[in-house]
Design a protein around this ligand. Sequence first.
Ligand code: KIV
Length: 279
Amino acid sequence: MAEELTKVTVADFKALKGKRPITMITAYDYPTALLVDRAGLDSILVGDSMAMVMLGYDNTLAVTLDEMLHHCRAVARGARRPLLIGDMPFLSFGVSESESVHNAGRFLKEAGMDAVKVEGGERMASTIAAMVHAGIPVLGHVGLTPQTASSLGGFKVQGRNEETARRLLADAKALEEAGCFGIVLEAIPDRLAELITQRVSIPTIGIGAGNQTDGQVLVLHDALGLFDRFSPKFAKRYANLTQIIVEALSQYRREVEERTFPGAEHSYSIKDEVLRRLS
Ligand code: KIV
């Protein structure tokens, strides 16, 4: 009998706060979405980290809305059970409110996503409120927000002094009030993340924010060892697929060069008499 599919909804996601840690990872294509689903994670973020780990850009700014939607569609075809969240790329939101809502809606209408993620705290609250008002579930994202890394002074831990820690608390409260169903906390001290987690009623999802948040997210390519241009302190490598893939490809190259691949078991036969008639 086929296993029962119980799709994770935004309501399920919110209800997990205080019950058990929520699991989230990025995925950007059909095969990895299938694998994440099979591993039983609660949610998939089609992150704009795709710009770096899939498309080879130096940062996340270059990826376009259409590129994000293209990859979201592939993920939606692969993952049936996890909550699917599409990341809104730089400048696809926050310029004008109606354009932001329209662009956010495309993730749900055209790309099979259940929700969107938006970087930014208080300054994005009214835009996010408009999206939520239009019926679009929004996951917030504060702390180290890569789209605005240059205004934050680079890819640095955020909220280490009183002023910036207070601002992060205010950002998280503003996102809760704007109607976000959860907040990603990226690269902030663990005890500040714990305090924010206690102060908001919606789940916090940490990445580089200690283990007292309501859940965790990692970039798939960091977790599987598929991206080694750099590795943030917070990224744990659960497998070294780079090594496995390079070894496999090198063996394939050697076997082709030595004519040991393809062997008889990978080849099709023809009767001798047919061949004889050809000569
Ligand atoms: O784009 C992304 O993958 C993200 C996560 C790191 C939270 O925003």
